[in-house]
Write a protein that binds this ligand. Structure first.
Ligand SMILES: [Zn+2]
Length: 160
């Protein structure tokens, strides 16, 4: 795995002994955090992956706040990406081929389209902003992220 980081010129690497085959929490399975999305990691790596220690707990905290928020009106938080190996990161078309934090195990994506994509865009946008505020409140680093940062309007959650 370290060789893969080198061969694709990733700006950092993850030590071999940090990779795990199991993990996850009550509401976020290892597969969901690691490789269970369309076009994700190479099967050869599955179920090996890496997620920083604090992240699953922060996601659980965010989920608890979000499902209790009647304005958001959601049953769960669907992840559309989590840890990506360098080849998987390239395969999903990430514009950040050498720097995506998904390869560092400290970023996950929430599909707001799956949650609110059938609403009018103004309503979708308002809920995105509310979920973003909740994410900030549990400690995620959202920098300059906005509804318009990505064409599919996913919420890119990262820990700095
Ligand atoms: Zn992302």
């Amino acid at each position: 795995m370290e060789a893969e980081y080198d061969s694709l010129n990733v700006e950092f690497t993850i030590a071999c002994n940090q990779f795990a085959q199991v993990g996850g929490t009550d509401h976020f399975s290892w597969s969901e955090l690691n490789d269970g999305w369309d076009g994700g990691n190479e099967p050869v790596h599955s179920p090996w992956g890496y997620i920083v220690q604090d992240l699953p707990g922060m996601l659980e905290n965010l989920r608890a706040i979000a499902v209790a928020d009647t304005f958001l009106n959601i049953p769960s938080l669907p992840l559309s990406s989590g840890y990506r190996c360098p080849v998987g990161n390239t395969n999903v078309g990430s514009p950040a081929k050498t720097s995506s934090r998904h390869m560092a195990g400290d970023a996950v994506d929430i599909s707001t389209r799956q949650l609110w994509g059938t609403l009018f865009e103004s309503e979708w946008r308002a809920r995105y902003d509310k979920l973003k505020d909740h994410a900030k409140s549990v400690g995620f680093d959202l920098e300059d992220l906005t509804f318009d940062s990505y064409p599919d309007h996913h919420l890119h959650l990262r820990i700095d």
